[in-house]
Write a protein that binds this ligand. Structure first.
Ligand code: NAG
Ligand code: NAG
Length: 406
């Protein structure tokens, strides 16, 4: 016979399990309903002027399958007289140049102002030059090598050339839209541009190459500056960032660059002259590196005032299947096909995130970075780096067929 005490324990255990299950189900239903809400039609004020910038290397496949058409359609909707398309491609060994040449012609037919620069300079050319006074580093391989991030910063800066030239001639833009080599729709861009009713220092999409994992871990930092705890939803360590994500609302972060990024154009113009950069070579020599796409937010004077946001309603893919996996459509192929997250992804994600937060700490990795930065600062007066949260324990250099960790 069950003793009274055992019966009580048994009953409270059953009650506990029931409440636990109910809590999980309610949270699941809440998140699924938020994730399934159709995105309201975005109102980008008519006449909004958008400077569209991108860099390319070996992107022919996606240019031909999606990207070119998406850019043409976007310029048509925004209005050819409201945009400028700035493309910089260099050293591709596929036929990216041919694909971008076709884009050039299509944009020409629509009378879209543009600068499509196709450079013959390859990675091999870049690394065979004699080292410049900055952007090179003596690596453990025993030679000076070209750092990847200052190189990428230089290319991204090239794409801003006409923004500055046009501003000097009195033609300005409201927003800069940075496009990666991703699948996107015009609606994705309109939704992104109208994040927080257009008030942001930067608004990013979420990017997927192999869903359900997101792609650009190098640039994404939660509102406390921590790297994500997991590659799948709900990603973040910070509660503030996570709870916005659960509501499917713009997520406050310190940094993001996940496929598409919209930023007000003003900080890039004089007197602020915001530009892409890497950390300085002497700091990189401590075996640290930070993405130019994270440092830009650390440098942007607007960041403190308006914030950096990930808009979870805008999800892009580095290929067609990745895009479709995170943008379900209904049976007629129209509109939203419900939540982009399965019930299992939500429940598993919530618990995996909790367990990872309970069992791991960002402290050790961040301490290694901070200690090296501290040492570097101590070596010379006046040294300073505002993007310490961007830094990771890596050294990255350009190589002939891409880039490498050394
Ligand atoms: C980026 O552009 C700025 C402004 O034009 C320039 O001062 C800086 O040297 C550039 N950085 C790199 C790495 O090319
Ligand atoms: C196009 O952009 C490049 C930099 O990417 C610049 O050197 C060139 O002068 C620009 N061309 C025109 C016609 O503005």
């Amino acid at each position: 016979m069950l003793s009274l005490r055992k019966l009580r324990t048994y009953r409270s255990l059953r009650l506990f399990i029931a409440l636990f299950a109910i809590w999980n189900v309610l949270e699941l239903l809440y998140i699924q309903s938020k994730a399934a809400q159709p995105t309201p039609v975005s109102l980008v004020p008519p006449g909004t002027r958008v400077y569209i910038a991108s860099i390319h290397w070996n992107n022919e496949a996606i240019l031909r399958s999606h990207w070119n058409d998406a850019v043409v359609e976007l310029t048509r909707v925004l209005g050819p007289h409201n945009v400028f398309v700035s493309v910089y491609e260099s050293g591709s060994w596929d036929n990216s140049k041919g694909a971008l040449h076709e884009l050039d012609q299509k944009l020409g037919d629509l009378k879209v102002p543009r600068n499509i620069t196709l450079s013959e300079t390859t990675h091999k050319d870049e690394i065979s030059r004699s080292p410049a006074s900055s952007g090179w580093i003596n690596t453990p391989r025993g030679k000076p090598e070209l750092r990847r991030i200052p190189y990428l910063s230089r290319l991204r800066n090239y794409t801003l050339y006409n923004l500055l030239a046009l501003a000097a001639a009195g033609k300005t833009f409201d927003k800069i839209l940075f496009l990666n080599d991703v699948v996107f729709t015009t609606n994705d861009i309109l939704t992104l541009l109208s994040t927080n009713s257009g008030s942001y220092a930067a608004a990013c999409s979420l990017d997927f190459s192999k869903p359900p994992s997101y792609y650009d871990t190098f640039a994404l930092r939660d509102i406390h500056g921590h790297a994500t705890v997991m590659p799948t939803w709900p990603y973040f360590r910070s509660r503030t960032s996570r709870s916005a994500l659960k509501r499917n609302e713009p997520v406050p972060v310190t940094s993001c660059w996940n496929g598409l990024v919209a930023m007000p154009a003003a900080p890039f113009l004089p007197p602020q002259n915001l530009a892409f950069r890497g950390i300085t070579d002497s700091l990189a020599l401590k075996h640290l590196e930070g993405s130019e796409c994270c440092l830009i937010h650390a440098d942007n004077p607007l960041t403190r005032e308006r914030g950096v946001w990930v808009n979870p309603r805008v999800r892009v893919g580095y290929n067609g299947p990745a895009y479709s996996a995170v943008n379900p459509v209904d049976a007629r192929g129209l509109g939203s096909g419900g939540s982009w997250l399965s019930g299992w992804q939500v429940i598993r994600g919530l618990w995996e995130n909790r367990i990872r937060r309970w069992l791991t700490t960002a402290w050790v990795e961040e301490w290694i970075v901070k200690r090296r930065v501290g040492k570097w600062m101590g070596e010379e007066k006046g040294r300073r780096e505002d993007g310490v949260h961007c830094l990771i324990n890596e050294m990255q250099v350009l190589v002939e067929n891409g880039w490498a960790h050394v």
